[in-house]
Structure formats: structure tokens, C-alpha cells
Design a binder for this molecule. Structure first.
Ligand code: GLY
Length: 307
């Protein structure tokens, strides 16, 4: 059996006009992963290909569509983990890299490190031959102005921005991720993001933190979305692994984690997708919506839902 689950982020999802395009993007991403898995390919290759489709779409907060930070620049994070080998790779605060998820995979495959950051992570990606991306400065500026306006409407100072994110979930939605189970029973996870909109330059979220936003072992694979600081503080990926080790299904693990996230940090703090070695899917969030979808060898076509 094979299975793939993807998300396009938890959040408010108020812009209804975007829903059909995003749903279509989720379906394409599932098909990209299924193409690999149905041919006997690895869960790791499948999650990376699925996430690349989401990064390239320009309609989600990752890759081409990444949100700007407080000074209007793009800094992206991504992480991948292979449950079979327990190897992981991640990059944080990379710029001008078209597909941060590919850079993360290169860290896994070509280095003996787990996480590269900043300027040197971007240089590593370009040196390894990955395509660069020059962001559309006008589109970026418009998005930046729009976000600053929302930020100001929140009438808050920067130090309380986590409160603001909970008040305005549109500031953090659209991180993307995928988890997969391949025909050999191996699991993998990948997550990619532009991070919280208007974050402080240099801020790193949960997506490239292995054991928080991205995790996979022989029992479960997890990819999260939401306010990264809270996801890091709860160690969501490792927690899911412990739940699975104790016999919980991915569905129960996902629900328990979101209950805990809500009880500790309140509603509108995040969501996750999880998949276990038995092919059980977990999808849970405490925001008004989360773009998501799944596809398995037991289904005749992929399923997607937005929000
Ligand atoms: N969950 C994405 C971030 O906080 O950066």
C-alpha cells in the first residue's frame, strides 16, 4: 500500500476567490507524490516532489509565494526527514532559492549535518546547482503593504506579535507540507514555509526544526503548520513519535496534539498532518480552516479540501 497526505497551511482562509486555485494545487501536489509512490519510489522522493508543486504554485506561503518578513524581505525555511534511515536535512532563512525543500533534501543526502542556516545555506543550495529565484519585487511590496496595514490595525507593538497572529490567522497560514508511506512501508515528511508574515528578520520557525515541525520515524510521519514558536515549545514531531510508539494511531496522535496545543496556547495556534505505518491518516487543526488532501493506492482519485 502507498499513501500521501499534504497540507497548504492552517489559518483563517478568508479569501474565497483563491480556493479553487489552491484546491487544484493540492490535487496536483498529491498526483506528483502518487506518481512516485505508485511506481515503487520512496516516501522521501514523494514528499519532496509534492512539496515542490506547492512551493512553485505561488499561491501558498512557501517558495515562489513566500511571505515577506518585517523589512519586506523573503526568508524561507524547510525540513525533510526519512523515517527509514532517521536521517534529516533542513535549511533556515534562505533567500533566492526557488525550492527550499530541495535544498533541505540535499543537506540530508550530501552532508552529514542536519541544518544549514542563512547566507551559507543559500550559497550551498546554489552551489549544488539548485535554481535561484528573484522574487517579483512589486508583488512582494504589495503583499508587504497589505500585511503591514493588517498589522497596524491590530494596534500592537512587535513584542506582542504572537497575540496578533492568533487574532489575525491570515498572517500565518499557508505553510506547506507532505507526509507519505511507500510500498516498502517507509515513512517520510517534508515541510516548507516563508514563515510568519512580518516576522523579525532572522526568525526561524518550526518547519526546519526536526522533532518540531517536521519528523518521521518507522511508526509515524508528521508535518505541522501554524505559529512555529508554540510548535517548537511543544516538540510536536517528537511528541507524535512518542504517541505512536505507545500505540496511538496517527489520527489519535494528531487529535491529542491539537488538544494540547489549544489548551496551552489557545485556539488559532496551528494544525498538522500525520500518517502512520498502517496507513492511518491524522489531520487536525484549531484554526477556522486548513487546506489539505490525501491520496492512497486504495482510492481511485485524490481528495482535497479548502479550507
Ligand atoms: N509554521 C511556520 C512558521 O511558524 O514559521
Amino acid at each position: 500500500m502507498w499513501c500521501i497526505v499534504v497540507h497548504g497551511g492552517a489559518g483563517l482562509w478568508s479569501e474565497k476567490e483563491k480556493f479553487p486555485t489552491i484546491k487544484n494545487t493540492i490535487l496536483k501536489s498529491l498526483e506528483a507524490g502518487a506518481f512516485i509512490l505508485s511506481a515503487g519510489g520512496s516516501a522521501l522522493d514523494a514528499v519532496v516532489d509534492s512539496v515542490m508543486v506547492l512551493e512553485d504554485s505561488g499561491v501558498l506561503n512557501a517558495g515562489v509565494g513566500a511571505y515577506p518578513n518585517l523589512v519586506g524581505e523573503i526568508e524561507m525555511d524547510a525540513g525533510v526527514m526519512d523515517g527509514k534511515s532517521l536521517k534529516a536535512g533542513a535549511v533556515a532563512s534562505v533567500r533566492n532559492v526557488k525550492n527550499p525543500v530541495l535544498a533541505a533534501k540535499l543537506v540530508l543526502e550530501r552532508t552529514d549535518h542536519v541544518l544549514l542556516v542563512g547566507e551559507w545555506a543559500s550559497k550551498f543550495a546554489l552551489f549544488m546547482g539548485l535554481p535561484s529565484l528573484n522574487f517579483d519585487r512589486n508583488a512582494n511590496l504589495l503583499r508587504y503593504r497589505d500585511l503591514v496595514k493588517k498589522f497596524e490595525e491590530g494596534n500592537t507593538r512587535y513584542k506582542s506579535n504572537l497575540t496578533l497572529y492568533k487574532q489575525y490567522p491570515e498572517l500565518f497560514h499557508e505553510t506547506v507540507g507532505a507526509v507519505a508511506l511507500d510500498c516498502e512501508g517507509n515513512l517520510a515528511s517534508a515541510t516548507s514555509t516563508g514563515g510568519l508574515a512580518l516576522k523579525l528578520p532572522g526568525r526561524v520557525g518550526d518547519s526546519p526544526i526536526i522533532g518540531a515541525g517536521t519528523y518521521a520515524d518507522r511508526n509515524i510521519a508528521v508535518s505541522t503548520t501554524g505559529i512555529g514558536e508554540y510548535i517548537i515549545l511543544l516538540g510536536v514531531g517528537i511528541r507524535a513519535s512518542q504517541y505512536a510508539e505507545n500505540g496511538l494511531s496517527a489520527k489519535d496522535a494528531a487529535e491529542n496534539i491539537i488538544q494540547l496545543l489549544t489548551s496551552r496556547f489557545g485556539k488559532n495556534s496551528g494544525g498538522l498532518i500525520a500518517l502512520d505505518k498502517n496507513g492511518v491518516i491524522g489531520i487536525s487543526y484549531n484554526t477556522p480552516g486548513m487546506a489539505r488532501g490525501y491520496y492512497s493506492s486504495r482510492m481511485s482519485e485524490p481528495y482535497a479540501e479548502v479550507p
